[in-house]
Design a protein around this ligand. Structure first.
Ligand SMILES: Cc1cc2nc3c(=O)[nH]c(=O)nc-3n(C[C@H](O)[C@H](O)[C@H](O)COP(=O)(O)OP(=O)(O)OC[C@H]3O[C@@H](n4cnc5c(N)ncnc54)[C@H](O)[C@@H]3O)c2cc1C
Length: 376
């Protein structure tokens, strides 16, 4: 016989979106179950928390907890064809903290709020009565009967598909790879982002006192040529020009391919179910804002769910009026990421397209301006 659990909110996915929303709801006395297919919090993901995300964390008393072991930086220098072209300054700085560590901080706070996590658990099917999800059946025979369902299950969201919300994805014209390498002096000194006329890009930055992260994105043909038979880092000499001490660590590194694409959906909710984080939108990682927007979205969702107090009509109204408009902020970010990604080969167009407001402030209120300095 099925083991049935009732709850106020079932959240599918224990990434940043799912954990942060669970914490906010738990703090407000909601009975929350988070269903995660993995054995633990996901490891892969992002490293940067920018101003909008720092603001959300501070509003919920998590600022110092996250900052305690984070690196704080305030400048990114950009290069084209090996030449420094501009610097972008962040007046409040931004944080670097590996994704798993960040999510674990939030997850550990959830346990104090009585949030239940079901790891190694997968949803087999959703049952609906009209637009309302009434039951989530798990592969291990358990079932959940929630008032509200949140799809925080990433870009391939099974819940989104079951709701019949279609997605539109746009692939980028490059293959992206990432490696974690020993930290060298030049990478410790400054975050540097390189582009060149062949449409290549690379970003090097420290993740802690000992390690650095390196992203490389090359058009598909170049990727095959450069990485196909093992990387000879000398191929980057005219490209990654001010991190000479990193060549020795790039060659032997373990380069992982990461699928990246922009993703848009036509609606963020249906009945009593809503999409959150990468289940709802994906933009080019170079914007560095996905997590910041997701935490702000979770804040809005928590407000809507708590204000509805279990009333289905109020919930739907809140989702429609307060949550759906987030699609406009996301669309602006996705369009911007697409525009940037299409200009890596062309310095002048790249500089024209670059928006310091979106890099520094995202959708929060900009203060002052002129944070970009031309270096040419
Ligand atoms: C290469 C890259 C770099 C990025 N860098 C940055 C950055 O520096 N700064 C930034 O702000 N943003 C960045 N982003 C975006 C950021 O990673 C996302 O905004 C963020 O991870 C969204 O979190 P999430 O909780 O929605 O998704 P995820 O972290 O993907 O979590 C989804 C969870 O759902 C689980 N799941 C999936 N299916 C099921 C199922 N059927 N049942 C149960 N569980 C399921 C998965 O196991 C996973 O744990 C980057 C993205 C990429 C791709």
């Amino acid at each position: 016989m099925a083991r049935t659990t009732t709850c106020d909110v079932a959240i599918v996915g224990a990434g940043l979106g799912g954990c942060f929303l669970a914490l906010l709801l738990g703090r407000n006395g909601r009975n929350v179950v988070v269903v995660e297919q993995g054995a633990a919090i996901p490891a892969a993901g992002a490293d940067f928390v920018k101003r909008p995300g720092m603001g959300v964390l501070a509003r919920h008393g998590l600022g110092s907890l996250v900052e305690r072991h984070a690196l704080k930086r305030d400048i990114v220098r950009y290069y084209h064809d090996g030449e420094a072209i501009q610097e972008c300054r962040y007046p409040d700085g931004f944080l670097i903290r590996p994704y798993r560590e960040l999510v674990e901080v939030i997850y550990s706070c959830c346990s104090m709020e009585g949030v239940e996590f079901w790891f190694d658990s997968r949803i087999e099917r959703l049952e609906r009565d009209g637009d309302r999800v009434t039951r989530l059946a798990l592969t291990d025979g358990r079932e959940l009967r929630p008032d509200v369902v949140i799809a925080a299950d990433g870009t391939r969201s099974m819940v989104r598909q079951a709701l019949g919300i279609t997605k539109e994805t746009t692939a980028y014209p490059h293959m992206m790879r990432v490696a974690t390498v020993p930290l060298t002096a030049s990478v410790a000194r400054l975050n540097r982002l390189y582009f060149n006329s062949r449409g290549w890009f690379s970003y090097l930055y420290p993740v802690n006192e000992e390690q650095a992260r390196v992203f490389v994105g090359l058009p598909l043909e170049d990727d095959r040529e450069v990485f196909g038979g093992g990387l000879e880092a000398d191929v980057f000499r005219d490209f990654i020009t001010e991190n000479d001490d990193a060549y020795d660590v790039l060659g032997p590194a373990h380069w992982q391919q990461i699928p990246v694409a922009a993703m848009r959906v036509p609606a963020y909710h249906k009945g009593n179910a809503a999409l959150l984080g990468s289940a709802a939108f994906a933009c080019h990682p170079m914007t560095g804002m996905g997590m910041s927007y997701t935490m702000h979205d979770a804040e809005i969702l928590a407000g809507v769910i708590c204000a509805a107090e279990g009333d289905p009509a109020l919930l739907e109204k809140g989702l429609e009026t307060a949550y759906e408009p987030r699609r406009h902020a996301h669309a602006e970010l996705i369009d911007y990421g697409d525009a940037l990604a299409g200009t890596f080969h062309d310095r002048e167009t790249y500089l024209e397209v670059f928006r310091e407001d979106l890099h520094v402030f995202g959708d929060t209120e900009p203060t002052g301006g002129g944070f970009v300095t031309a270096l040419r």
